[in-house]
Design a protein around this ligand. Structure first.
Ligand code: SF4
Ligand code: SF4
Length: 171
């Protein structure tokens, strides 16, 4: 029948006219993402990191590079000072094994999503760049880590992490 197609089309149009839109005004609005979302960048928190290198050992692509040296008084207990902590995110497949392997929650999945670049070199992040990204994340999220736990405020003493932290396995 002549006009039937137009009528059907208008019915569909009117049905959607009063529905809540699925789209959001990105980048002003961002769709909430689940806690198991794996598309994020990493953030790394130097104050939590002991330099144990578990993350680097578990990375199947050898993307994380760590160099440390022992420091402290052998009588009081030694620590590792972190000389180099690099992540070559251009090679990373975001499997999250490094995040799982870290006993201190020093490396976490969560960070910027909008950092596409034409400059391949900028995907190589050293500890200074990673710290800058971590600080940006904390300042933009009321000093909450990506895993939802509270981070120390800037005027508080940085956390001294002596023991592995209890993991929330639902994340
Ligand atoms: S997410 Fe996977 S590939 Fe990327 S750095 Fe971690 S362990 Fe390596
Ligand atoms: S596993 Fe965690 S604590 Fe150990 S070196 Fe990697 S980020 Fe640091």
């Amino acid at each position: 029948m002549y006009g039937l197609g137009i009528a059907k089309g208008m019915i569909v149009t009117f049905k959607h006219l009063f529905r809540k839109p699925f789209t959001v005004q990105y980048p002003e609005e961002v769709v909430p993402r689940g806690s198991r979302f794996r598309g994020y960048e990493f953030t790394w928190y130097e104050d939590r990191c002991t330099g144990c290198a578990s993350c680097a050992k578990y990375c199947p692509l050898g993307t994380i590079n760590i160099v440390t040296h022992p420091e402290g008084d052998p009588k009081q207990g030694m620590d590792y000072a972190i000389d180099i902590f690099d992540i070559d995110t251009g090679r990373c497949m975001f499997c999250g094994l490094c995040v799982e392997a870290c006993p201190y929650e020093a490396i976490q999945a969560g960070g910027p999503l909008d950092d596409a670049t034409y400059d391949f070199e900028s995907l190589y992040r050293d500890k200074h760049k990673l710290t800058e990204m971590a600080q940006e994340h904390l300042h933009g999220h009321d000093f909450t880590y990506p895993n939802g736990k509270q981070a120390p405020q800037p005027d508080e003493k940085p956390l001294h992490i002596g023991l592995p932290v209890e993991r929330d396995r639902t994340r």
